[in-house]
Design a binder for this molecule. Structure first.
Ligand SMILES: [Zn+2]
Length: 246
């Protein structure tokens, strides 16, 4: 009997050692992973930058990672480009390869902010399996009606790319850029019918994801109809981090 227990103990030590070289981390030692969720136009990108400064952890956007790999023409980038050019979603396997290559860099040791990822429940499950981390999900909530007003009022400059808003930030002269006097236009993505379709798709994909994280007790919702500064305060409050510079 004793011998048996000894054998099992040794075997599990060997297997455990092979599978996981590092020691088991305590909750506090685990990297803090913040997942920013929210519909298009909710301000994920806008919040990620100051949040990354406040928490001193990098902001990782899978979109940016892909663009970088494609620009540098890495093998990953070349494969991803084939899918993107065909108007298809890049397969999960490829996304994870790229993401985990980035996450293994030393600046991610303390934690990082993910924005726009995971996009669906399959990706969330894989992420959970692969990460030994403290995950916190922040849902930037903006009602669809407010998003539609925010986005469909947006005007962009054809030459310099500067953006305006018909109500909140109108140009001095109607449909003319203040900076370069070129004409302003509404991007195809910002038109109401296109936007409504994007929102519909978004809600279909993310409602199961929200329930998934809610069940795990890691989801917090923040009212993102407030000003940028207020939203940042609310997010930091939710994370129980005192603001330094705000
Ligand atoms: Zn302009």
């Amino acid at each position: 009997m004793k011998l048996w227990i000894g054998c099992i103990f040794m075997l599990s030590a060997i297997l455990g050692g092979a599978a996981n070289v590092s020691k088991t981390l305590s909750q506090e030692e685990k990297p803090l992973v913040i997942i920013l969720m929210g519909p298009p136009g909710a301000g994920k990108g806008t919040q990620a930058k100051p949040l990354s400064d406040e928490l001193e952890i990098p902001h990782i956007s899978t979109g940016d990672l892909f663009r970088k790999q494609i620009r540098e023409q890495t093998p990953l980038g070349k494969t991803a480009k084939i899918y993107i050019d065909a108007g298809k979603y890049v397969p999960d396997e490829l996304v994870f390869d790229m993401l985990f290559t980035r996450l293994s860099e030393p600046d991610c040791k303390k934690g990082y902010i993910l924005d726009g990822f995971p996009r669906n429940i399959t990706q969330a499950r894989i992420l959970d399996k692969k990460l030994d981390a403290r995950i916190k999900v922040i849902y930037l909530h903006v009602p669809d009606s407010a998003l539609i007003e925010r986005i469909t009022g947006r005007l962009s400059c054809k030459s310099c790319g500067k953006t305006y808003h018909t109500k909140n930030n109108p140009p001095k002269k109607s449909l003319t850029c203040d900076s370069c006097s070129s004409s302003l236009y509404q991007r195809e993505d910002d038109k109401e019918t296109v936007l409504k379709k994007r929102l519909e798709e978004y809600h279909t994909q993310t409602s199961p994801l929200l329930s998934y994280y809610k069940e795990k007790g890691v989801l917090s919702e923040v009212d993102a109809t407030n000003s940028q500064e207020t939203v940042l305060h609310l997010v930091l409050e939710t994370l129980q981090v005192p603001a330094r510079s705000v």
